[in-house]
Design a protein around this ligand. Structure first.
Ligand SMILES: *[C@@H]1O[C@H](CO)[C@@H](O)[C@H](O)[C@H]1NC(C)=O
Ligand SMILES: *[C@@H]1O[C@H](CO)[C@@H](O)[C@H](O)[C@H]1NC(C)=O
Ligand SMILES: *[C@@H]1O[C@H](CO)[C@@H](O)[C@H](O)[C@H]1NC(C)=O
Ligand SMILES: *[C@@H]1O[C@H](CO)[C@@H](O)[C@H](O)[C@H]1NC(C)=O
Ligand SMILES: *[C@@H]1O[C@H](CO)[C@@H](O)[C@H](O)[C@H]1NC(C)=O
Ligand SMILES: *[C@@H]1O[C@H](CO)[C@@H](O)[C@H](O)[C@H]1NC(C)=O
Length: 200
């Protein structure tokens, strides 16, 4: 029954023709930087969390086996924009037995935790992200609700951590701590990391 529902979902996704973020960057690997020398330099690799669902697991050092990702964005210009001027979707090509599906990274926090696990799932919607001038993965804020609203206190936030998570399986994965950059992850295994793209 579950298989039937998933097959139906994939058929529906494949049927969506008005995809918006159709400009795609060159492929890149995702590499962690961290004060912890064990994590520093580790890559992130796609790992199975459920049917057609992948997490971003802490994987080995950079190699030709490292998972490839792309950045899907939209632009009318013919030169690839850089830095915080462009937001888009982080995408992973999920290859199944009889299908290939470009899946965007999504962040769906669970309301009982401030540690959200990013997952790739077939969809035409996902979490908007950006890469700063140093190729660091960030999420942009349009206002700051710790101050009086409305305000235009925008910013690039990097609340990435490597944590032991359970979104189907127990792995050490990338996670996002919900809130400001001073938010403390309630999951005690979380270690602060930054995520940097390195073009293949
Ligand atoms: C990303 O862009 C590629 C190339 O245009 C496209 O085939 C793919 O469907 C896009 N993925 C998403 C999730 O929009
Ligand atoms: C992490 O790795 C980078 C690149 O190899 C290096 O420059 C940096 O000093 C390392 N940081 C720590 C805390 O080991
Ligand atoms: C560094 O990371 C490794 C792997 O997650 C962990 O086993 C170790 O305890 C960490 N070291 C420190 C000092 O936090
Ligand atoms: C990533 O892309 C490179 C260059 O196209 C390729 O050599 C490598 O095999 C790819 N890695 C994976 C895991 O598919
Ligand atoms: C983005 O896609 C549009 C439509 O295909 C194309 O005209 C434009 O040149 C592309 N821009 C870049 C930077 O690839
Ligand atoms: C935020 O920016 C918009 C667009 O520039 C402007 O119309 C609005 O007045 C600004 N709001 C505040 C609270 O500064």
């Amino acid at each position: 029954m579950r298989g039937t529902i998933i097959a139906g979902t994939l058929a529906f996704v494949a049927g969506v023709n008005a995809q918006y973020y159709t400009n795609q960057s060159a492929p890149f690997n995702l590499v962690l930087t961290s004060q912890n020398t064990t994590l520093n330099g580790s890559t992130l690799g796609s790992c199975h969390e459920g049917a057609a669902i992948e997490g971003l697991c802490v994987a080995g050092p950079l190699s030709s086996d490292s998972s490839n990702y792309t950045f899907n964005y939209t632009t009318a210009s013919t030169t690839e924009p850089t830095g915080l001027d462009v937001t888009g979707l982080l995408t992973y090509l999920l290859v199944g037995g009889n299908f290939e599906e470009s899946s965007p990274l999504q962040l769906d926090p669970v309301v009982t935790s401030n540690v959200a696990v990013p997952l790739f799932q077939p969809s035409d919607e996902g979490q908007m992200v950006a890469f700063d001038d140093n190729n660091k993965l960030v999420i942009l804020r349009s206002s700051d609700d710790t101050k009086a609203l409305p305000n235009n206190d925008s910013g690039a936030i990097s609340n990435w951590y490597a944590c032991t998570t359970d979104s189907g399986y127990v792995y050490q994965t990338l996670a996002w701590v919900v809130g400001t950059e001073s938010a403390v992850p309630q999951n005690p295994t979380c270690q602060k990391v930054e995520v940097v793209r390195v073009f293949v």
